[in-house]
Design a protein around this ligand. Structure first.
Ligand code: 3H9
Length: 695
């Protein structure tokens, strides 16, 4: 037996321990090791039962996700978990699975192949495969409904959320909760000599064909709404419903067919790319290993507006005391009232207890001057997006903050070096671009200036983790990664409307494709006035491809600022529900006539190409310029901050899925038609042949 799985004895119980850090994934050798342990018990007269337990922080977090890419590319053979789990299930001696940490995916499937499951109260179990574009592929869709019933199984497999040990006990997945030491409790359970009870033989919770089909339609409808565009959730539900018509062995075969369709499809490739990408972005190439993040025990935030208040909540939510400064009592009261309302809503929705909300609120200390700023390890400035104002605040901060504190500016476009120049310590200055609402959105762009020290970068990246966000490092370019790319993307969306597409057609083409919102509706949400100001600044700075005139200016001059003014690209009712506005269509045709823009109709494919290829091309330029470190950094920014569908993997991954050559060819054709805006980035041209980003 390998070191991955070891055995020991406790009286007449064989203890099989999995030891594959960090999360005891079912890497090659692990399932075989467990089965070998169970097999050895069968022939050992001194053993009457087996306990399987995980060493370290968890039971089994699932199949080894790294293996999937190797299987698809033919480098590794398909996983053979079903046979191994059958062998465990067929053991003539009872097998008790002892769960702590998480039993996820193949981990829960392994646990269900045992005859009993015991768990500590803090454990969680789940079938999260859909989050990787997969369905359970080692019997989960067949064993889970036998233990927990079809409805629970559909809920868990279609949406992928884990359940607590208490819920697992209530639904029959777990047989006993263990207080105190898990192994002791599991061995005690084994010593009660429970009879062998194979999950595959249970049928009490299965349903007849009619009931199973009706649950299937219910869940599939719900998946189509909540997980729009994703195929794995539908397949998971389908496999579970099949328990009504197929016996266990046929069900396992059917599951394998559906699993393989998912595994070899583009969605799982994209979602696995995102899974590893979210972890990869934390590793900064070139940052010396000895550089350690500084501890962040206290924070301060300047500005109690929407962003500042949200950022203060992020610190409080992470248990970090935070001082929140405004210039007037009125603004401070207003900011705190919003924070309080936000917490109250969380309590009402059952996401937070009233006590926890009160504790968090207590951590936020409102001030009107810079009291307490000298104790902060990090200060985040979140005042109005105006360079002169931000510089003024930074010169204040330079005077009040302690040496070695991180001075961060929450800006979406402004020049970090310019802001840092207002201090005598530019090495401690960087950008932290939070996304609105800051206490909800997962993305944190960390922007390094030319003088920012490696320690400051490491600390800001760690801040992302502390605040439960995904931090992505960006260079200091206008708009950083996300907004810089959003510019050309929206530029094309607006051009399409100017050339004859309707506002809702452009937005719908993109939402049907999977974007959370259309680019024009985003303008209304963020504010047409904000977009106008950013564009003026871009023109002032001479950012390439910003045209002097845009139809959006017409909306701006008419005070159509978007949702906040009740009208923008769309009309809004009092609940901010959008409807198309014939007035906008009229104005845009007038504008086009004035500008001499020829009018025509567009297919959805053309709309997608023009907007998404503009996004991809700008991404390639960011890579060339070293603003984004790797294609995956761009993908993670877009998936976490811009509503890009994770199951398409982010813009740069999507370009590879389409074929970089195809993207380049189409861009060249657009270049011939429209000129310099469409010049393919040099990196795209270089990468096209290989079909992979060459960076
Ligand atoms: C499956 O099981 C299919 C089956 O039906 C069978 C089909 C035949 N494999 O997240 P963390 C790495 S599909 C390989 O930072 P945490 C992770 O990349 C699988 N590696 O820790 C990271 O590496 P690094 C179903 C894995 O405490 C390190 O472990 N299971 C796996 O915040 C630490 O991870 C899932 O989808 C894995 N399965 O969270 C569970 N899991 O340090 C996926 C983790 O080099 N995993 N790694 O960056 C998770 O949700 C979280 O990792 C977990 C721990 C909650 C377990």
């Amino acid at each position: 037996m390998s070191d991955l799985v070891t055995t020991s004895r406790q009286g007449s119980v064989l203890v099989v321990t999995i030891n594959n850090p960090p999360v005891n994934a079912l890497s090659p050798g692990v399932p075989e090791g467990i089965a070998a342990g169970v097999r050895s018990a069968a022939s050992d007269e001194g053993i009457h039962a087996v306990v399987v337990i995980g060493a370290g922080r968890t039971f089994i977090a699932g199949a080894d996700i790294r293996e999937f890419g190797r299987i698809v590319s033919g480098e590794a053979p398909p996983l053979n978990l079903n046979e191994i789990l059958s062998e465990i299930e067929n053991s003539p001696k009872p097998v008790i699975m002892a769960i702590h940490g998480t039993a996820l995916g193949g981990g829960l499937e392994t646990a269900m192949a045992g005859h009993y499951r015991v768990a500590v109260a803090s454990a969680k179990v789940g079938q999260p495969e859909v989050k990787l574009g997969l369905i359970p592929g080692a019997g989960g869709t067949q064993r889970l409904p036998r233990l927990a019933g079809i409805e629970t199984a559909m809920q868990m497999c279609a949406f992928g959320e884990p359940v607590s040990a208490a819920e697992a006990l209530a639904s029959g997945i777990v047989d006993r909760l263990i207080e105190g030491d898990l192994l002791t409790g599991a061995v005690a359970f084994a010593n009660e000599h429970p009879p062998v009870r194979r999950t595959r033989d249970l049928s009490g919770k299965l349903l007849g064909a009619v009931a199973a089909e009706s649950l299937k339609s219910l869940f599939q409808d719900s998946c189509r709404k909540k997980l729009k565009g994703q195929t794995a959730p539908l397949a998971a539900v389908e496999a579970i419903a099949a328990t009504a018509r197929l016996d266990f062995d046929a069900g396992i075969k059917y599951e394998a067919t559906l699993f393989n369709e998912c595994l070899f499809g583009t969605q799982s490739k994209a979602l696995i790319h995102v899974f590893f990408g979210e972890r990869a972005v934390a590793r900064i190439p070139g940052l010396p290993k000895e550089v350690q993040p500084l501890p962040l025990r206290r924070a301060a935030v300047v500005g109690a507006g929407t962003m500042g208040g949200g950022i203060a909540m992020c610190f409080a939510n992470a248990g970090i005391p935070v001082v929140l400064k405004e210039t007037t009592q009125g603004a401070l009261d207003h900011g705190l009232a919003s924070i309080r309302r936000n917490y109250e809503t969380s309590v009402k929705r059952g996401r937070l207890t009233a006590e926890a909300a009160a504790q968090r609120l207590d951590l936020i200390k409102p001030v009107l001057r810079y009291e307490g700023f000298d104790e902060a390890d990090i200060v985040v400035e979140a005042v109005f997006e105006e360079l002169a104002l931000k510089k003024h605040v930074f010169s204040d901060l330079d005077a009040v903050a302690r040496d070695g504190a991180i001075l961060a500016t929450n800006t979406s476009t402004l020049d970090i070096d310019e802001i840092a120049s207002a201090t005598k310590r530019p090495e401690w200055v960087l950008g932290t671009h939070f996304f609105s609402p800051a206490n909800v959105m997962r993305l944190l762009e960390v922007v390094r200036g030319k003088a920012t020290s490696p320690t400051a970068i490491a600390t800001a990246m760690e801040l992302g983790k502390t605040l439960k966000k995904v931090g992505v490092l960006s260079g200091n370019a206008f708009g950083f990664i996300g907004n810089r790319m959003f510019g050309p993307y929206r530029h094309e969306a607006i051009r399409l409307v100017e050339e004859g597409a309707s506002v809702s057609q452009v937005d719908q083409a993109l939402t049907d494709w999977g974007m959370a919102m259309g680019p024009l509706a985003v303008g209304d949400l963020a504010g047409v006035d904000v977009a106008w100001r950013v564009r003026q600044e871009a023109i002032r700075l001479g950012i390439p491809h910003i045209e002097a005139s845009s139809f959006e200016d017409e909306l701006f001059v008419r005070g159509r600022y978007g949702q906040k003014s009740g009208a923008g690209w769309y009309l809004y009712d009092e609940n901010r529900k959008a409807s198309p506005d014939p007035e906008v269509e009229r104005l845009v045709r007038e504008y086009a006539a004035c500008q001499g823009i020829p009018q025509r109709t567009f297919s959805h494919t053309e709309i997608l190409e023009r907007t998404l290829f503009a996004l991809i091309n700008e991404g390639a330029r960011l890579l060339e310029e070293g603003i984004a470190l790797r294609p995956v950094d761009i993908d993670i920014v877009y998936v976490n901050g811009y509503g890009f569908p994770a199951w398409r993997g982010g813009p740069m991954h999507y370009a590879e899925t389409l074929g970089l050559q195809r993207v380049t060819d189409r861009m060249r054709a657009l270049y011939d038609e429209f000129g310099p805006f469409w010049k393919p980035a040099a990196l795209l041209e270089q990468s096209a042949k290989a079909g992979r980003w060459n960076s």
